[in-house]
Design a protein. Structure first.
Length: 253
């Protein structure tokens, strides 16, 4: 029995891991010396530093730049989404460990937070997650006819991926195309839950014929689609594809 418990304990220790998210923060234009780091985990949130400075040009010949410091304390959720920012720089605690470029300042359960010396803060926490196995951001030349795109994803987080639905959006690239066409999800192999390590696919049918006509002398149109999943994942990545549509009727003046 002791041996079995030891093996189970070792398995749990090995299988328990966390997915890393960057602490999101955007400073104003011209920011220098940006520091984004997580210092504490408590109550389902991360608290840390989000400070920087800007230098404005001095007036007159030979004027020196004026430095303005912006010392801030930020809070994030466990997926790195910024929740609040308040004036005042927090005191950095002593690091509790370092691995490669990552300096860890705090941990709670399986969650950890700190600073990556490559220039960003991070929080690692167990969560559902998915990645697109089909190349994301592709661009295709397509005819003036309905066109299918199938996107495959993998559940690669700590927990099963719950999928509540899909949304599809069309858009225009540039200014010459008068409308974006239409798109819909026509089939999916994704159920309501996808176990870790499993894959599923979503097929989108894009219909450019609703564009009607184009002022382009060659009958071209430039459009795109975005597939959005509604899931329990800590971070979501939309699937996109752009198109050059050929053979669109040319609009009469």
């Amino acid at each position: 029995m002791k041996y079995l418990l030891a093996v189970l304990g070792l398995f749990c220790a090995v299988s328990a891991h966390a997915y890393e998210y960057k602490l999101q923060f955007t400073a104003q234009g011209g920011a220098q010396g940006l520091v984004v780091a997580g210092y504490e985990i408590s109550g389902g949130k991360v608290t840390g530093n989000c400070s920087y400075f800007v230098v404005s040009s001095g007036s007159g010949r030979g004027g020196h730049g004026v430095r303005t410091n912006y010392y801030n304390t930020c809070t994030w959720d466990l997926y790195g989404n910024l929740k609040s920012m308040n004036p005042g720089e927090p005191t950095a605690p002593q690091p509790i460990s370092q691995s490669g470029t990552e300096i860890m300042y705090a941990e709670r359960g399986h969650s950890q937070t700190g600073l990556d010396t490559r220039g960003f803060g991070f929080v690692s926490t167990p969560s559902a997650h998915y990645s697109w196995q089909t190349y994301n951001g592709n661009y295709a030349d397509i005819p003036y006819a309905p066109y299918e795109v199938t996107a495959t994803l993998i559940s690669d987080g700590d927990y099963a991926l719950n999928i509540a639905g899909e949304k599809i959006r069309t858009g225009i690239s540039g200014s010459i195309t008068p409308s974006a066409g239409t798109a819909s999800v026509t089939s999916t192999t994704c159920g309501s839950s996808l176990a870790v390590g499993n894959t599923c696919s979503v097929t989108v049918t894009y219909n450019p014929t609703t564009i009607g006509c184009t002022p382009d002398a060659y009958g071209f149109g430039y459009t795109n689609i975005t597939l959005i999943l509604v899931t329990n994942a800590g971070a979501t990545v939309d699937f996109t594809e752009g198109f050059t549509v050929t053979g669109i009727p040319i609009c009469n003046d």
